[in-house]
Ligand binder design. Structure first.
Ligand SMILES: NC(=O)c1ccc[n+]([C@@H]2O[C@H](COP(=O)([O-])OP(=O)(O)OC[C@H]3O[C@@H](n4cnc5c(N)ncnc54)[C@H](O)[C@@H]3O)[C@@H](O)[C@H]2O)c1
Length: 450
């Protein structure tokens, strides 16, 4: 009988084999997880590189907080700055005259923004424009036309939104703007009923973003002049409208956002020492004006032989506006910029060194004209009778009349409007027919395309 098999040896061998198998599979797992880790790392780096190439960082950002540092040498900032056309910005923003201003103009491709930028540039101030070229209120091709005009005067207009806090902070940290002329806003009274949130986006959130960046990222802090509106007078019945009148009954969301802007301006002046001047414009008109405004679309309709609607107030009176010619408003804006005192806040939003200037001015023409009279001036200039449809004004946010008292602006910076409605509209019509290629035959009243 042979001896029984040595089972202890067999089981040792099996245990050893199983140990080797476990070891091998552990090695395999570790090797494959290393491989997976390397692959993931490589893919992530590749993705970041691709995203950075496709979307330069500042123009991507929407809601980041402004950097509290204003040091030019910050590695964070210089990394981000690489995607900004810094040299072109510097060239555009640098004044060509000694002691000239260096102004960041928001809404520069807009009607008022373009005229102000040209006037600043003409007298040797540096201008950097910014505009988001939105298509809310009217066809942005007119904004692009204005941008080309500005470019022909070596004024750069960046395609950007005022809610882009990272970009604004970068701009303020990269260039010592002496002033901001803040005109970017969602304008228009009636459009507010269609797209209310666009007003909150630009006139409230955008305004806060601008003030935040100017207060915390700029060194030195610029003085800010911004566009409020005569619409803040709302249902006010005292006339002419004076800055001392109460403005707590806005008739439209647009007016409410401008009124909110004036309150927000007070806060940033009070806390951060920003020097802030608000300008209440009264129905500005002129060449390159806004197609959504009555004088503009009346012209278009009269030339096309289409009927126009003229409002009467609910008490049967003519609706009247204090129409203000663009060149007068531009003079007012420049006067406000020239008399703005420096901000008193410290970079990074530190405590202010003393009270800062806080002002508000009417910029109007001081002579309201009934809309029916505006139409009769246009009829003469265009050589065509309008087909008028007169109805009672619906309660859509419009007010029956506006009338500015401008004595405060006259006293503080010599504001004196000099253009009456007939000569201002004549300049507008000249521009209009040139821009749209229309040939007027005023003797017969017929018009044709040029
Ligand atoms: N024209 C008037 O009769 C009148 C009257 C009272 C007040 N205002 C105010 O004057 C300023 C200029 O008005 P305008 O008539 O030149 O209007 P506009 O619409 O021609 O110009 C405003 C510009 O701001 C830009 N913009 C809007 N939101 C922006 C955003 N979030 N970021 C960047 N750009 C943005 C628009 O693209 C536009 O080009 C506005 O603040 C307006 O409310 C104008």
């Amino acid at each position: 009988m042979g001896s029984p098999p040595d089972t202890s040896k067999t089981s040792k061998l099996e245990r050893y084999n199983s140990y080797l198998r476990r070891l091998n599979s552990a090695k395999l797992i570790s090797a494959s997880s290393k491989l997976l880790f390397r692959f993931t790392l490589l893919a992530t780096i590749l993705l970041i590189v691709l995203l950075t190439l496709h979307y330069p960082v500042p123009f991507l950002s929407h809601s980041s907080h402004p950097s509290s540092s204003s040091s030019f040498t910050s590695p964070h900032r210089s990394l981000l700055s690489s995607s900004l056309p810094l040299e072109s910005i510097r060239r555009s923003a640098t004044p060509s005259r000694s002691n000239g201003l260096s102004v960041l103009v928001t809404g520069a491709a807009g009607f008022v923004g373009t005229h102000c930028s040209l006037a600043l540039n003409k007298r040797g101030d540096g201008v950097l424009g910014l505009d988001n070229f939105n298509s809310h209120l009217y066809d942005p091709s007119l904004k692009r036309h204005r941008q080309s005009l500005l470019a022909s005067h070596s004024i750069l207009v960046l395609d950007a939104d005022i809610n882009d806090s990272r970009l604004l902070s970068l701009l303020f940290a990269s260039f010592p703007f002496s002033h901001v002329l803040h005109l970017a806003a969602q304008a228009g009274v009636r459009y507010a009923a269609k797209n209310p949130h666009s007003y909150i986006h630009s006139n409230v959130a955008g305004l806060v973003t601008l003030f935040e960046s100017a207060a915390k990222a700029a060194d030195p802090q610029p003085a800010i002049v911004w566009a409020s509106s005569s619409s803040v007078y709302g249902l006010n019945k005292n006339s002419p409208f004076s800055e001392s009148h109460t403005t707590d009954r806005p008739a439209s969301l647009y007016a409410a956002t401008k009124k909110a802007g004036e309150a927000i301006a007070h806060t940033y002046n009070h806390i951060y020492g920003l020097s802030i001047t608000g300008l209440r414009f009264f129905t500005v008109y002129g060449p390159m004006g806004r197609p959504d405004m009555a004088y503009f679309f009346f012209t278009k309709a009269i030339l096309a032989g289409k009927p126009i609607t003229i409002f009467r107030s609910p008490d049967g009176k003519d609706v009247a506006r204090d129409f203000t010619y663009i060149d007068d408003v531009v003079k007012g804006c420049l006067g406000a910029l020239d008399t703005a005192k420096p901000s008193t806040g410290r970079p990074g939003g530190g405590p202010k060194t003393g009270p800062a200037q806080l002002r508000i001015y009417n910029l109007g023409n001081t002579s309201p004209v009934p809309v029916a009279k505006l139409v009769s001036i246009l009829e003469k200039l265009l050589g065509t009778k309008a087909k008028k449809n007169i109805i009672t004004m619906p309660s859509n946010g419009d007010v029956p009349f506006t009338h500015a008292n401008v004595s405060l602006a006259a006293k503080d910076f010599g504001y004196r409007p000099t253009t009456n409605l007939s000569s201002g509209l004549s300049k507008f019509v000249n521009w209009y027919v040139n821009y749209y290629g229309i040939k007027l035959k005023t003797s017969t009243g017929a018009t044709e395309a040029a």
